[in-house]
Design a protein around this ligand. Structure first.
Ligand SMILES: NC(=O)c1ccc[n+]([C@@H]2O[C@H](COP(=O)([O-])OP(=O)(O)OC[C@H]3O[C@@H](n4cnc5c(N)ncnc54)[C@H](OP(=O)(O)O)[C@@H]3O)[C@@H](O)[C@H]2O)c1
Length: 329
């Protein structure tokens, strides 16, 4: 496969290269692509040095697969140009996620929706992916009625600039601000921009994307997304009301048997998921599994994952692997 990594110099792009190498993705030719600013920059992949190229050069090289993580406007402008030359684009930005003509894929859940005709495929938002990985098996069994999510999201979810802001603040250095406020020793109840209904775009991604992935809009979702000063890994406190009653032991079993999900839930040993321990892992970790005693058929979960791995790079690469395994590229 001739593979282009678009946004190779960014946070997600860097992890993408790491995950491609770890999983031995079948690459015959690799194109590292970024903005005009980075053109000519040297980067390493599996011990070999590559020169970063621009978007037009990458289109002209006609890659088989392009893994995009270069922001929404770059995707909107360039993904169709890659698709036109026969390339299959897997895009990490929010540009195509809710487009009814594009698929929104978590391979373990709805990979089987993919066909050869899908030339631009959307990767869901990082906080959505870890959420639906845990919700999908439970929804199948007990049918969700309403989901309430509170997120505790790391600065790496915002990109390179935000990671630098936190680092600068911890060292007492004045630098460029990715957020309106200091993030060190703080919690900012704003992830992404606000929209007319008073929610942020991140919160609405959590409301809308799970319905598309699970192909079901019969349940309702509400969310509050909060940025906290963790370097990497997103956490979510999730309250789920089901139509049908559940058995806690069976919930644990269902989650434990779900590929890509690991249950970490032992109160005697203080075992529960935490972002520092999810770092560099591809799985989604679920713990604090307990009944909401204030309401019938309702469950509380704590869900943690590395937002740059399963939340972005790993899921994108798994989509690529699925396409190759099923001869869709
Ligand atoms: N961080 C996460 O947890 C996460 C999770 C899921 C999805 N995403 C999505 O992934 C994308 C990248 O996020 P990130 O966190 O990696 O951001 P980032 O660290 O700021 O990196 C952005 C990347 O995009 C490139 N880029 C920017 N403008 C470009 C342009 N006009 N043409 C070509 N390349 C351009 C940058 O190249 P230069 O270095 O040359 O500027 C860089 O490689 C975003 O769409 C984001 O929403 C992020």
């Amino acid at each position: 496969m001739k593979v282009a990594v678009v946004g190779a110099t960014g946070m997600v792009g860097n992890v993408m290269l790491q995950v491609l190498a770890e999983r031995n993705f079948p690459i015959t030719e690799l194109l590292l692509v970024a903005s005009e600013r980075s053109k000519g920059k040297q980067m390493e992949y599996k011990g070999k040095t590559y020169t970063v190229i621009g978007l037009q050069d990458a289109v002209d090289a006609k890659p088989d697969i392009a893994l995009f993580s270069a922001g929404g406007s770059t995707s909107e402008a360039w993904a169709p140009k890659f698709a036109e030359v026969g390339c299959t684009v897997v895009d990490n930005s929010s540009a195509w996620r809710m487009d009814p003509t594009k698929k929104l894929i978590v391979p373990e859940i709805n990979g089987d929706e993919l066909t050869k005709e899908d030339k631009i495929i959307a990767n869901p938002n990082c906080s959505t992916i870890q959420l639906v990985m845990a919700l999908a098996p439970l929804h199948k069994k007990y049918k969700m009625k309403r989901v309430v999510i509170s997120t505790y999201q790391s600065v790496s979810g915002t990109g390179v600039k935000a990671v630098e802001q936190l680092e600068n603040e911890t060292k007492g250095i004045k630098g460029e601000m990715a957020y309106h406020y200091p993030i060190n020793r703080n919690a900012i109840p704003q992830c992404d921009d606000f929209i007319e209904n008073g929610y942020t775009k991140e919160e609405m991604k959590l409301v809308n994307e799970p319905k598309k992935i699970l192909a079901d809009d019969s349940f309702s979702v509400t969310a509050t997304a909060v940025r906290i000063p963790t370097a990497g890994g997103h956490s979510e406190a999730v309250n789920i009301e089901f139509v049908n009653d559940f058995d806690l032991a069976e919930v644990r079993k269902l989650l434990a048997e779900t590929p890509g999900v690991i249950v970490q839930d032992n109160l005697d040993t203080f075992t529960y998921p935490m972002p520092a321990y999810a770092h560099n892992k591809d799985e989604v970790f679920v713990g604090r599994i307990r009944r909401d005693e204030s309401q019938a058929n309702t469950l509380n979960l704590w869900i943690v994952a590395d937002n740059l791995r399963k939340g972005a790079a790993t899921n994108t690469i798994q989509i690529g692997e699925y396409l190759i395994a099923n001869e869709l590229v």
